[in-house]
Design a protein around this ligand. Structure first.
Ligand SMILES: *[C@@H]1O[C@H](CO)[C@@H](O)[C@H](O)[C@H]1NC(C)=O
Ligand SMILES: *[C@@H]1O[C@H](CO)[C@@H](O)[C@H](O)[C@H]1NC(C)=O
Ligand SMILES: *[C@@H]1O[C@H](CO)[C@@H](O)[C@H](O)[C@H]1NC(C)=O
Ligand SMILES: *[C@@H]1O[C@H](CO)[C@@H](O)[C@H](O)[C@H]1NC(C)=O
Ligand SMILES: *[C@@H]1O[C@H](CO)[C@@H](O)[C@H](O)[C@H]1NC(C)=O
Ligand SMILES: *[C@@H]1O[C@H](CO)[C@@H](O)[C@H](O)[C@H]1NC(C)=O
Ligand SMILES: [Ca+2]
Length: 524
């Protein structure tokens, strides 16, 4: 029963060629085998999955309740925003609701009563998942579109941001940029960030409500005006650096910088007609699964690819455990129409030689009859690239197939005996040296191209008799003392040197002593 159904799927795939299934069962001479294809999830409205945050926190109207007017009829100020009354409240979630009963619902800000202080608001939309936009992003403004705004995006869940498109009624005044339209872009500069005046000029609040980020027009540069030649777009995505990333994001942010003014300058006597109101944000996209998943589902609070091809992770960006014979690769749209799956392969499939993803090649060594990985990368070594190279140690928090599995020992060259370290990264230190990398000196030692033992210091090896310790290497003694720590009196006696037992030993020494003491007297 199952097989006919799967064979039917195969037929569908061949006709569509649109990367929507990941595998199908093929029959060849009474045998059934799986065939694998590059695949991606269907594009859907991502509105239901987005988390909305508005800033500053008190920008939403209604607390305290506030009256507002309209731009078309500034004397009609009967409308009220009141956060404590359901019918009069305008909370952020009204930007993503489905408006099933036909009533337009919208988020609304406070009015510009603090003019000339600017009226600024940020709306951050987060999915906690890499998405690839497939259709125009549309933001619907009630009561007029902003005079100035910026659309930004993040690729790393909000850690860093970049502009996506600038919008202003006068681009050069607002941003110092020339006004452009997507029609001005060509294949060579399709990923250029532009400023457009198309959606900011005043045309009446009822006539045009939508501010657009044009995805279809950009696709059309490659796929033709009706997007019939998507293969050409996909081929470009593979070869043109940055093209795919341009349509990818995890978060979007709207920075609203100046509200609609009604086609004239700000009228200070009626500031209650200036505010922002958004009734809908439409983002059509598909989960980025690196062409390794045909489906994406909402699990554990965020979207996740249902990975195939023995890959794993939220974006199928890793090989699953036990399938790391080769390094992970994304699937490819090429060759068209069905692409290549670039599936992860089971460990053992390369002549029973697992290299933990650090090598793509194995070699058979005849005379000892073993298969071994060749040119292990990521500072690994060994038959299966399972050890760290000399001078590196195993990263305890990384799996064996992690690129970060080996950490450099980084032993201090002057302080350590050699470049190796133990499993926790401790180097072997020379005498007098300490610290994980042998970069510090033990007490009684001082760093001087390595640790050298102190001749004198302020604790144990004090210079005596008023001597001073210079850089821990030398006591500078008062003239009448000598010795390493100035502990000896110099010969100074009248006839014989008291402190010099050696004087009695030879006549020569006595003579020397006499000469010395007379010299000292002479100089005194
Ligand atoms: C909006 O976000 C930008 C970038 O993080 C920040 O500089 C700005 O202060 C924010 N504006 C408001 C009104 O919170
Ligand atoms: C985001 O997704 C990751 C991966 O699925 C998950 O571990 C994390 O808890 C999610 N974070 C939030 C804030 O939902
Ligand atoms: C993009 O390139 C075309 C020519 O290929 C040029 O006419 C156009 O001005 C460029 N657009 C931008 C925004 O630089
Ligand atoms: C993935 O692994 C399973 C075994 O767990 C195997 O049956 C399947 O064919 C593999 N798929 C690919 C694409 O290699
Ligand atoms: C150890 O591995 C973890 C997991 O990959 C990585 O996040 C971390 O940066 C690695 N540590 C070092 C010092 O490289
Ligand atoms: C590594 O060396 C340090 C310092 O000698 C020691 O404390 C640690 O226990 C050693 N670790 C292992 C795993 O041997
Ligand atoms: Ca709505």
């Amino acid at each position: 029963m199952l097989l006919p159904a799967l064979l039917f799927l195969q037929c569908v795939l061949v006709t569509l060629g649109q990367y929507d299934i990941c595998k199908s069962l093929m029959s060849t001479d009474d045998k059934y085998t799986w065939e694998f294809y590059a695949c991606q999830p269907r594009a859907t409205s991502m509105k239901d999955y987005m988390q909305i945050r508005v800033e500053p926190p008190d920008i939403t109207c209604g607390d305290p309740p506030e009256r507002f007017c309209t731009l078309e009829n500034p004397y009609l100020c009967s409308d009220e925003c009141d956060a404590s009354t359901t019918d009069l409240a305008h909370p952020p979630q009204l930007m993503q609701d489905r408006e099933t009963n036909g009533l337009i619902t919208y988020w609304q800000t406070v009015t510009w009563s603090r003019f000339p202080e600017p009226l600024l608001a940020n709306i951050t939309l987060s999915w906690n998942k890499s998405l690839e936009v497939t259709d125009d992003i549309e933001i619907t403004f009630e009561y007029g579109r902003p005079t100035i705004m910026v659309l930004e995006k993040s690729l790393d869940k909000g850690r860093s941001w970049q502009p996506y498109q600038y919008y202003a009624d006068d681009c050069s005044e607002a941003f110092g940029m020339p006004a452009k339209r997507v029609e001005h872009l060509s294949a060579a500069n399709v990923t250029r960030v532009i400023c457009t005046e198309q959606y900011s000029r005043w045309v009446g609040s009822k006539n045009e409500k939508i501010v657009r980020f044009e995805v279809r027009d950009r696709f059309a540069i490659f796929a033709g005006p009706r997007l019939l030649n998507m293969d050409n777009l996909y081929t470009r995505m593979e070869s043109m650096k940055g093209l795919r990333d341009f349509f990818t994001f995890t978060d979007l942010r709207l920075r609203l910088l100046k509200p609609a003014l009604g086609g004239t300058y700000v009228q200070r006597d009626n500031l209650l007609k200036y505010f922002y109101a958004i009734s809908n944000i439409e983002v059509t996209a598909r989960c980025k699964c690196n062409l390794h998943a045909g489906q994406c589902t909402f699990r554990d609070g965020s979207l996740q690819c249902n990975c195939e091809h023995n890959t794993t992770g939220q974006d199928c960006a890793r090989c699953a455990r036990g399938f790391k014979a080769k390094s992970w690769k994304p699937g490819s749209y090429l060759p068209t129409p069905n692409g290549s799956p670039n599936a992860c392969e089971a460990a053992g499939s390369l002549g029973n030689c697992e290299c933990y993803g650090h090598s793509n090649r194995c070699s058979y060594i005849d005379f000892i009859n073993i298969v071994t990985c060749v040119s292990c990368k990521h500072n690994t070594r060994g038959q299966n690239c399972q050890h760290c190279r000399l001078g590196y140690f195993r990263n305890a928090s990384a799996e064996l197939d992690d690129e970060n599995v080996c950490i450099e020992c980084n032993c201090n060259q002057l302080g350590s005996l050699h470049a190796r370290c133990n499993e926790t990264g401790f180097c072997q230190c020379r005498e007098g040296t300490t610290g994980q990398k042998c970069e510090d000196c033990l007490p009684g030692y001082n760093w001087k191209q390595g640790c050298v033992s102190n001749v004198c210091d302020d604790e144990l090896l004090l210079c005596q008799n008023g001597g001073t310790c210079v850089q821990n290497q030398k006591c500078v003694c008062p003239p009448e003392f000598r010795g390493v720590l100035c502990e000896q009196l110099r010969c100074k006696g009248e006839k014989v040197c008291n402190g010099c037992p050696a004087c009695y030993l030879s006549l020569l020494t006595v003579l020397l002593c006499l000469v010395t003491s007379s010299l000292l007297k002479a100089s005194a």
